[in-house]
Write a new protein. Structure first.
Ligand code: ZN
Length: 127
């Protein structure tokens, strides 16, 4: 292609400046806006009936729902990701998606909501 130039080197991160703090405030507002506009089919589906005995589940904290009759536990998306990370510390988003079957969009959403965090590509949660 005549006249075509690679532009990848032109894309550089902006230098760190004192306006960074302002920018971060902006980013936070942007993030909240983005969260509100995210697709609603990403909404959490909370388990409410025990699939073993049909009793109404009781929320037990950290995404876990316990059956008062047979003690069976069900987990919402948060609980499933958390449970997976407990046994697979250091997993990345793709591994979490594969391991839990929860769509990446919902995992990303939970990260945006700061229910999980990502550092060096590894998903984790606060104790
Ligand atoms: Zn039950």
């Amino acid at each position: 292609m005549k006249g075509y130039k690679m532009t990848i080197n032109e894309v550089r991160r902006p230098p760190m400046t004192p306006v960074r703090e302002e920018k971060e405030k902006e980013n936070k507002a942007e993030k909240e806006k983005r969260l509100r506009s995210m697709a609603y089919d990403d909404e959490e589906v909370k388990p409410n009936v025990c699939r073993i005995c049909g009793a109404i589940l009781k929320y037990d904290g950290l995404g876990e729902y316990k059956c008062p009759d047979c003690n069976h536990s069900e987990y919402d998306s948060y609980g499933q990701v958390r449970k997976y990370l407990e046994t697979h510390p250091g997993a990345n988003i793709i591994q979490v998606e594969k391991g839990t079957g929860i769509p990446r969009s919902r995992i990303t959403r939970m990260i945006a909501e700061e229910r999980f965090k990502v550092s060096n590509g590894k998903v984790s949660f606060d104790e």
